[in-house]
Design a protein around this ligand. Structure first.
Ligand code: CUA
Length: 332
């Protein structure tokens, strides 16, 4: 009977493994996570099949014959069986625990020379800083192939969570706390970084582009970004660019604004700011500036307070806010 159960378990396992349940792995860490996943799943499938096999057999073999009203024989248990069904699960659970602990510890190990990338999250956008390549910031995550990357992460407002499905690793970002996670990409291509912690009305739109490229291409990209951010070496750097700020701060995730090609529906449409300023009884410049720095001071009809982060007055420099105002009013 155990034999039949094991054969059924083997067949079920082959069927289960035959489907692509998980995204194709793109990191060393995800390879290990998949190993734990299948290690535990196959054990469960085999145990289920053995138990279900016994159950079906017992229902068939020990069923009551018609007209048989006698009691069954008294049973005093079976020490051998009891030892077996205690010892085998104990060994299996300990094995799963040990394998998991080894994988968790190896997945947290960045090795002697990781690339550092800082991650900043805010409602509802991602921003990355590359301290090992001159410290420029980007709203695209670019990673070199086959290099351990240590992400050091924090949030400007509420709890967010970092996850690239193909790379497995997942970690929360908390305001005022730095968390970290290690990813070693093993496959070239474009991926999506998604937020997996409900963080407000725009949570579902909080996605960012992530790309894995060859080391040489990464070095070249980083060099270009660094040169662009340092303004070609001129004193004081380039003037802030409203369009870039709009993209980098994730404004399009919540707002529709035609010049930026964004169609967010969480907050008011920004194509009619002049009319909104009139309705609020302020000059367009003052109105837009106030709406960025203190979003709850005036609420557009039909919109709730407390949705847009009130942190931009702190995270943006005054000249950056001015550049955004000019861009939003079409004066750039
Ligand atoms: Cu950020 Cu959900």
């Amino acid at each position: 009977m155990v034999g039949i159960g094991l054969v059924a378990g083997l067949i079920t396992t082959l069927v289960a493994v035959g489907f692509e349940w998980l995204p194709k792995s793109a990191s060393e860490q995800q390879d290990r996570i998949e190993f734990v996943y299948w290690f535990a799943t196959i054990i469960c499938i085999v145990i289920f099949s053995v138990v279900a096999g016994w159950l079906v057999y017992a229902i068939y073999a020990f069923r009551v014959k018609p007209g048989d009203d006698t009691d069954g024989p008294p049973i005093h248990g079976h020490s051998g069986l009891e030892v077996a069904w205690t010892a085998i699960p104990a060994v299996l659970v300990i094995a799963i625990g040990v394998v998991t602990a080894v994988v968790l510890s190896r997945n947290a190990d960045a090795g002697p020379n990781p690339l550092h990338i800082k991650v900043f999250a805010q409602q509802f956008a991602w921003r990355f800083q590359y301290p090992d390549n001159g410290g420029f910031t980007s709203n695209e995550l670019v990673m070199p192939l086959d290099r351990a990357i240590k992400f050091e992460m924090t949030s400007a407002d509420v709890i967010h969570s970092f996850w690239i499905p193909e790379m497995g690793q997942k970690q929360d970002l908390l305001p005022g706390v730095q968390t970290s996670i290690v990813v070693t990409p093993t496959r070239l291509g474009s991926y999506t970084l998604v937020c997996t912690e409900l963080c407000g009305a725009g949570h579902a739109t909080m996605r960012g582009p992530a790309r894995v490229v060859e080391t040489a291409a990464y070095t070249e990209w980083a060099k270009k970004q660094h040169e662009a951010s340092s303004g070609g070496g001129g004193a004081g750097g380039a003037a802030p660019d409203g369009a870039k700020l709009f993209a980098a701060n994730g404004c399009g995730g919540c707002h529709t604004f035609k010049p930026a090609g964004s169609d967010g529906q969480v907050g008011p449409d920004l194509d009619t700011l002049a009319d909104a300023a009139k309705a609020a009884g302020a000059s367009p410049e003052e109105f837009v500036k106030q709406s960025i720095a203190d979003p709850n001071a005036y609420l557009a009809p039909g919109y709730q307070g407390g949705v847009m982060p009130g942190t931009f007055a702190k995270t943006l420099k005054p000249e950056e806010i001015d550049a955004l105002v000019q861009y939003l009013l079409g004066k750039e």
